[in-house]
Design a protein around this ligand. Sequence first.
Ligand code: AKG
Length: 284
Amino acid sequence: MIAFDGITNDTALKILNAPTPEKVLENYNSPYQLSKEQINSYKENGFISLKNVLTGEALTHAQRVIEAAVLIRKEKDKRTLSEKSQYEQSFLQCGYLCWDFLAVKDFVFGKRFAGIARDLMQASGARLWHDQALFKEPHGRVTDAHQDISYWPINEGGFTITMWLALNDVPKEKGCLYFYPGSHKLGNKEYVDIFKNPHQPEVVKGIEKTFTPINAGDATFHSGLTFHGAGQNVSDEMREGMTVIYLADGATFDSSDERNATHKSCVGLKDGDKIDTQYTPRLI
Ligand SMILES: O=C(O)CCC(=O)C(=O)O
């Protein structure tokens, strides 16, 4: 059973139903300036770690709201870590929170984060693909290395990017992310079944991993083409990560892989259609 300081099942709903303070909204929507070096570094490596993407009251607020949402989603799950599947031992995964909780929507729709995504992808605009909280429980196992695009029905892998924002400090021992620099240049390569039967991807053998320990409010951004994973959480604390995944405006639907074609964000689309559905609004 999971628990967060100062939040009960009753207060969780109150937290989620309260309007987001004006100052927090301003922070969620204020621009974040990237340098040319940062944009080039992302282009070269396929990922980047950025400081202070969220700070102060906005960070405290986002943490509380997302903890409350995770608590509500997981309140009925009384299993201990060892009773869960191998995949579930990597993280508590709570997706599409923004469509259930307005307070989370305010965060997920923030133009600050979407603006970073757009600028790193050098796109004309950024759409929402989906959001998901990824909390790694104390002593949760590694996240096996994989490439996100292999799970998504999208033709253009380079038109996808994930923000992974730390809601609390995430040093290496708490299971920070690692990336294989430059692996996005290998293209759409290898499906790893992280759900049931993971293997170490062949294509990144020989590439050294870069671990990205980050503090609360910092974030990493990685391309859907970049191979990555996360270490084990050997600490006694929950690792709290919130992700938002963006598409460059213009990304198109790929129905060719049956494993992915039923993705909720693409319902109603035909092969090759521009991804523009009720779940993928243009955010910036
Ligand atoms: O949070 C994790 O452990 C893995 C994150 C990840 O694979 C992703 O955000 O694409």
